[in-house]
Design a protein around this ligand. Structure first.
Ligand code: UD1
Length: 441
C-alpha cells in the first residue's frame, strides 16, 4: 500500500495533545462542513466489491480514514490521498479476506468489510470487534442476516468465520434498524443469487450515500432512503469502480450549529444538507436558533439565551444518538430544565461527569438525563471519552469562564476534520497544544 499522504495516524502524539478553549465571543463567518465519517468508511469498504481504481472525494481528514486504509491495505487494497480530500483506492482483485484483530479493534466500521468480502469471495475471517467507549455493541443482526442468506458462521478464538459458496437472496426483517447491519447485508446482497429484501432497514443519509455509490457501480437496488431495500443480485465480476462524492457530515454540521448556539453569532455551514437534519433543526429552532436552509448549506443565527427542550434519541429520521452530547451541552446553558432520553446506547452518558466538572447541573437516572440550565459554565481540565462527547466538551468550553483544557484529543481526531482550526477561523478562542509543547490553531 502507498500510505495515505495526509492521513498520519496521530497515535501517541495526539494521545498527549490538548485543546485549550476560552469563553468565546459571537462566532461569525463560514465553516465548510467536511464529508461524513460514517459514510466514507462504508464507501471505502464498498470498493472491495469491484476491481480497478475507485476515487472518493470530499473525504474528511480524520484518523478513522487512515485506520480503515490500514485495514483495506491488510486485505490487499492500495490507498493514497491523491489530492486534498480525495482518496484513491486500487483493488486489483488479489485480496485476502481476513481482517486481523489489531486493526478491527481500532474501529467499529471494520465490521463493514464482512458483507462485501463474503459476497464476493465466499469466505471471510474477521476478528470480533470489541466493545466501544460507550458500551457493548453486538453484531448478532449482521450475522443472522448473513445466515438467512445461506452463510455458515462459526465464532472461535475471537474470530468470526463465514462461508457460503454463493449467498442466496432472502427476506430479512431487522428487529431494530441497525445502521451497520443494514450496510453489511446490503453489500452482501449485491452479489447474491436472487433478490434480497431488507425490511426495517436503517434510513440514515449515509446509507443513502452508500446505495448511490453501489448503484453507480452497477448494483441493482430499489428503495434507497426508505425502510425497505430490495437488492437484485448481480453476477460477481460485473461491478465497476467509480468516482463518488462523500455526503456532508450532519454531525460535524450540528457541532458548529451547537457552537454558535452557545456563543451567539451567525455561521453559514457550507455544504451542510438541511434535508438530512430536519428533525434536529426543528428542535434547534425551538431552542431559539434562527435557521435558514440555503442552496449550498445552512445559516444558523443565535442571540439571547437558549430555551430548554426535552429530547429523545431515535433511529433516523429521529434525533441521532451522536447529536446527544451536543444537545446536553446546549441545555447546560439554556433557560429551564430539559430531559434527555437515550434509546440506543444505555451507557452513553459518561461524558456527563466531565460536563459536571465544568459546572453543568445534570443528573442521570438510567437512560435519562435531567439538565438544569445555568447562565455560564466554568472552565476546568476535562477528558474526552469518545468522539462526539469530545466535541461537545469543546463546545462547552466556548461557553465556560476561564480556560477549559481537553485531553483525549485522539478521540476527537477520529471523526473531526480540523475542529480547532475551523472554530478558530470564525472567532473562537481555541488552540491545540501539542504534546511537545508547541501549539497550533
Ligand atoms: C452507527 C454509527 C454510530 C451511530 C450509530 C447509531 C458508524 C461507524 N457508526 O453505528 O456513530 O451512533 O450508527 O446511529 O456508522 N445492535 C445490536 N446488534 C447488532 C447491531 C446493533 O444489538 O447486530 C444495537 C447496538 O448495540 C446499538 C443499536 O443496535 O444499541 C444501534 O446500533 P447500529 O445502528 O448498528 O449502530 P452502528 O452501525 O454500530
Amino acid at each position: 500500500m502507498s500510505p495515505p499522504e495526509t492521513h498520519a495516524d496521530p497515535g501517541d502524539r495526539a494521545h498527549a495533545d490538548h485543546i485549550v478553549v476560552h469563553r468565546s465571543p459571537a462566532l461569525v463567518g463560514e465553516v465548510v462542513v467536511p464529508g461524513a465519517k460514517n459514510s466514507v468508511l462504508k464507501l471505502m469498504a464498498a470498493t472491495l466489491l469491484a476491481d480497478g481504481e475507485h476515487v472518493l472525494t470530499n473525504v474528511p481528514d480524520i484518523a478513522d480514514v487512515a485506520i480503515m486504509s490500514d485495514l483495506l491495505a491488510a486485505i490487499g487494497v492500495d490507498t493514497a490521498m491523491t489530492a486534498p480530500h480525495e482518496l484513491t483506492l486500487r483493488n486489483d482483485g488479489d485480496l485476502t479476506p481476513v481482517a486481523p484483530y489489531h486493526l478491527v479493534e481500532r474501529i467499529r466500521a471494520s465490521i463493514n468489510v464482512l458483507g462485501p468480502l463474503l459476497g464476493r469471495f465466499g469466505h471471510v475471517r474477521l476478528s470480533l470487534p470489541g466493545g466501544d467507549d460507550f458500551g457493548s455493541r453486538p453484531i448478532d443482526m449482521h450475522l443472522r442476516g448473513l445466515e438467512a442468506m445461506g452463510a455458515t458462521i462459526t465464532i472461535e478464538h475471537g474470530d468470526v468465520e463465514a462461508h457460503a459458496d454463493r449467498l442466496l437472496g432472502a427476506d430479512i426483517t431487522f428487529e431494530f434498524p441497525s445502521v451497520g447491519a443494514t450496510e453489511n447485508i446490503l453489500m452482501a446482497a449485491v452479489h447474491a443469487k436472487g433478490t434480497t429484501v431488507i425490511d426495517n432497514a436503517a434510513r440514515e443519509p449515509e446509507i443513502g450515500d452508500l446505495c448511490a455509490m453501489l448503484s453507480a457501480m452497477g448494483a441493482d437496488i430499489e428503495g434507497a432512503g426508505s425502510s425497505t431495500l430490495t437488492v437484485h443480485g448481480v453476477e460477481p465480476g460485473t461491478l465497476r469502480p467509480v468516482r463518488h462524492h462523500t455526503v456532508a457530515d450532519r454531525v460535524q454540521a450540528a457541532t458548529y450549529a451547537a457552537a454558535v448556539a452557545v456563543t451567539g453569532g451567525e455561521l453559514l455551514l457550507r455544504g451542510a444538507r438541511a434535508e438530512h437534519m430536519e428533525v434536529l433543526l426543528r428542535r434547534f429552532a425551538e431552542m431559539g436558533l434562527d435557521i435558514v436552509a440555503q442552496h449550498d448549506g445552512i445559516t444558523v443565527r443565535a442571540g439571547g439565551r437558549l430555551r430548554s427542550i426535552d429530547v429523545a434519541t431515535l433511529p433516523y429520521p429521529g434525533i441521532a444518538t451522536d447529536y446527544k452530547p451536543l444537545i446536553v451541552t446546549m441545555l447546560s446553558v439554556a433557560d429551564g430544565v430539559g430531559i434527555v432520553t437515550e434509546n440506543l446506547y444505555p451507557g452513553r452518558f459518561r461524558y456527563v461527569e466531565e460536563l459536571q466538572r465544568l459546572g453543568a447541573d445534570i443528573s442521570t437516572d438510567g437512560h435519562h438525563a435531567v439538565v438544569r440550565g445555568r447562565h455560564a459554565l466554568s472552565g476546568a481540565p476535562v477528558r474526552a471519552p469518545d468522539i462526539r462527547a469530545g466535541a461537545a466538551l469543546v463546545v462547552a468550553g466556548l461557553a465556560a469562564e476561564g480556560a477549559t483544557t481537553i485531553s483525549g484529543v485522539h478521540h476527537i481526531d477520529r471523526g473531526y476534520d480540523d475542529l480547532v482550526g475551523r472554530l478558530a477561523a470564525v472567532g473562537a478562542r481555541i488552540e491545540r497544544r501539542q504534546a511537545a509543547g508547541g501549539s497550533s490553531a
